[in-house]
Design a protein around this ligand. Structure first.
Ligand SMILES: Cc1ncc(COP(=O)(O)O)c(C=O)c1O
Length: 411
């Protein structure tokens, strides 16, 4: 049974993150840039050190103690990811460098095999460039087209348009779970259900949700799901692609090399089954082990508790920010992820982010890899505060003070 949010010792959790004790420009660091990358708890840092001190060897090929240990730990991590996502089996988990690589794998491998001229890939206007550019590339290669679910002014998807968008030409619908600029939480299960009813495969970009809220791929009913470890306490350079077994088994390798073959002659090769045929070359073994440690850490807190905590921070931030002169907050008024994107009349996002940094507050300013969305809203960019479970209400209050000071400074 999950603990209620109030029973989690949030301040003890902070002390698990050594970096949160840093100072920036003489001020205690306030890190509100977790949507870009999260900080890492000691449990993950220790797991990496432990791996290199006691286990390090290449996987799958060696007949010695360390290689067996490394292989077991690597494959155990795959099982851990499968459990975490609610996948039917570990064979449905491909380790990748992260969300971007996972989506490129599907675009190149699935798209390369199944997409034909005139086919349509349905996306939304709120996609991160990672869930847009790979589709542009494959569409150009095979003569397919892209179509988009519009975003309404309040930052939600125009779902009423879905029936007219999900036509026979649509072969795949790829969309984000949580928007990295707006904080919008899309109704994934509903979108997957509608796509499946129309015979359309789905890919969920879970970069901003996998570490923030409970999710289960079988309950969501998606065919693919991509996420990045570094946004959920794990090291950079590791992430995964979930692919429903039937779909994953139907697609060819996308990169060739060692590890992914059964046999090789000078002329041709035969390939392992999924997921191994998608993991050419030496994988990020330490990263996979770090990812499993991050999952253990997150689950010990509880994803429902993390979501509630993050939502409370976002809500508190919005209440305080709404009172500031010339403030426009993007995204839905109701439930949202741990992300608050905003613009202030008085100051350009880059200047504001620099101003905040001088006070020890790490925000992010710019287009957040959402250039088409920014264009739609008529903005050059926004400033974004993004929270995680190690942030506090006091830090949010300090941010409001800094923003208030910015209004005075730039007036
Ligand atoms: C919604 C979304 N999708 C994809 C990505 C890309 O993730 P990565 O750079 O880890 O591959 C991000 C990163 O910010 C994101 O926010």
């Amino acid at each position: 049974m999950d603990k209620p949010r109030d029973e989690v010792d949030w301040s003890a959790i902070r002390s698990d993150f050594p970096i949160l004790g840093e100072r920036a420009h003489g001020h205690p660091l306030i890190y509100f840039d977790s949507a870009a990358t999260s900080q890492k708890p000691r449990a993950v840092i220790d797991a990496l050190r432990d791996y290199y001190e006691h286990t390090n060897a290449n996987v799958h090929r060696g007949l010695h103690v360390l290689s067996s240990r490394a292989t077991e730990a690597y494959e155990r991590s795959r099982e851990r990811v499968a459990q975490y996502l609610g996948a039917a089996s570990a064979e449905e988990i491909v380790f990748t460098r992260g969300t971007t690589e996972s989506i490129n794998l599907v675009a190149q491998s699935w798209g390369g095999k199944f997409l034909r001229e005139g086919d349509v890939i349905l996306l939304t206007e709120m996609e991160h460039h990672s869930n847009l550019v790979p589709w542009q590339l494959i569409a150009q290669r095979v003569g397919a087209r892209l179509r988009f679910v519009p975003v309404r002014d309040d930052g939600t998807l125009a779902l009423e348009e879905l029936p007219s968008l999900l036509t026979d030409e649509v072969k795949l619908f790829a969309f984000t779970h949580v928007s990295n600029s707006l904080g919008t939480i899309n109704p994934v299960a509903e979108l997957c259900r509608k796509a499946r009813a129309a015979g359309v495969l789905t890919l969920v970009d879970a970069a901003q949700s996998a570490g923030h809220l409970p999710l289960n791929v079988q309950e969501l009913g998606c065919d693919f799901l991509a996420f990045s470890g570094h946004k959920m306490c794990a090291p950079t350079g590791i992430g995964a692609l979930y692919g429903r077994a039937e779909v994953l088994d139907s697609i060819p390798p996308w990169q060739g090399g060692g590890e992914m073959i059964v046999g090789v002659t000078l002329e041709k090769s035969t390939f392992k089954k999924a997921p191994h045929r998608f993991e050419a070359g030496t994988p990020h073994i330490a990263g996979a082990i770090g990812l499993a440690a991050a999952i253990d850490y997150i689950e010990q807190i509880g994803r429902a508790q993390i979501f509630e905590h993050d939502a409370r921070l976002a809500q508190h931030a919005i209440e305080g920010m709404t009172a500031l002169a010339g403030m426009r907050i993007l995204g839905p008024a109701g439930q949202r992820g741990a992300i608050v994107g905003f613009v202030m009349n008085a100051v350009h996002p880059h200047d504001l982010t620099t101003f905040a940094d001088r006070q020890g507050l790490a925000l992010r300013g710019g287009h957040h890899c959402n250039q088409p969305l920014m264009k739609k809203f008529g903005l050059p960019g926004t400033t974004r505060a993004s929270f995680y479970f190690y942030n506090t209400i006091e830090e949010v209050d300090r941010m409001i003070e800094i923003l208030r000071a910015a209004v005075r400074f730039f007036a």
